[in-house]
Design a protein around this ligand. Structure first.
Ligand code: ZN
Length: 162
């Protein structure tokens, strides 16, 4: 069985930057499951996995354009410090999730001045070259429901409302 659209793929992965520092890894955790062909993972990695089989190990370097996109300067916004539940917890470099138009985005605090906070809504990995080491652990056909939804369901079913 090789990886094509409509299959659920389980991966172990390590993500490094070009300096070789580990940014993220599934080591010591369950493999990451994703639905191939549904843009669940960054395009550069999804492309590289096409046609691979169980046991394959690949190393892929992904450009920002095929990763989390280029950084956009207009994705910064100022917010009053009082908007935060606990202003004393807010510090430069803090990353947190915000819901913007039904999407979960990651905001990063870039500056705090007086009573206002400058936030950056670029993905923390935007503009970065990504180096993935990936091993294919399992492949299975997606269910019709998974294909319809465009994502993987875990054994308990959904984990979401629709
Ligand atoms: Zn679903």
């Amino acid at each position: 069985m090789t990886i094509t659209a409509g299959q659920v793929v389980s991966l172990h992965y390590t993500l490094k930057n070009t300096a070789g520092e580990i940014l993220d890894s599934s080591e010591g955790e369950s493999p990451l499951d994703y639905l191939h062909g549904a843009q669940n993972i960054v395009p550069g990695l999804e492309k590289a996995l096409e046609g691979k089989k169980i046991g394959d190990k690949i190393s892929v370097t992904v450009s920002p354009e095929e990763g989390y996109g280029l950084r956009q300067d207009d994705l910064q916004e100022t917010m009053p410090l009082s908007n935060f539940e606990d202003p004393s917890e807010v510090s430069v470099g803090l990353e947190f999730e915000v819901e913007v138009n039904d999407n979960v985005e990651i905001a990063t605090v870039v500056a705090i001045e007086d009573e206002s906070v400058l936030l950056d809504f670029n993905h923390p990995l935007a503009g970065k070259v990504l180096c993935f080491d990936v091993s294919v652990e399992a492949i299975r056909a997606a269910t019709d429901e998974e294909k319809e939804h465009g994502h993987v369901h875990d054994e308990d079913g959904h984990g979401h409302e629709h």
